[in-house]
Design a protein around this ligand. Sequence first.
Ligand code: HEM
Length: 129
Amino acid sequence: MEALFMQIQSFCIVALMAVGIYVNKRRKLHVKIMSLAMIWDVALILQIELSRSAILKASKAMDNALALNVHVSIAVSTVVFYCFMIYTGRAVLSGNHSFRKRHRALGYTTFILRILTFVTSFWAVAPKA
Ligand code: HEM
């Protein structure tokens, strides 16, 4: 039950990020939406940490260490990419156009990583049969 609630939030974050990319030309709105998505994602990680024992008890995560490790590694990489996004995004805003291409490439990479985090969460915390 707890895992499902987290996965619903995870889906909303992916959807929010898709909207944020769609409106990237409206810079102020893009920054607001992306900031909200990143803050919500970090808050989600905290919620998962706090209810960790309940999730591990109710799921197969303990029997499938590989799936959990893959999922956590992708999730951690995503958060590292958020730092790159903030750095390159701020550089573009301050008029440094050489960062635009980098921000774009890192942006699509971050988005793909975030989708993979969502997808692998189903594999990592499948409910116990
Ligand atoms: C997870 C976070 C983020 C993702 C996935 C993301 C992704 C993107 C993508 C794909 C573009 C389109 C680039 C292009 O086609 O030229 C873009 C543009 C842009 N982003 Fe981000 N972004 C993120 C966060 C941020 C943040 C935090 C800032 C500012 C602090 C920012 C500022 C900008 C700016 C200024 C543009 C250029 C818009 C234009 O061409 O006028 N982004 N972003």
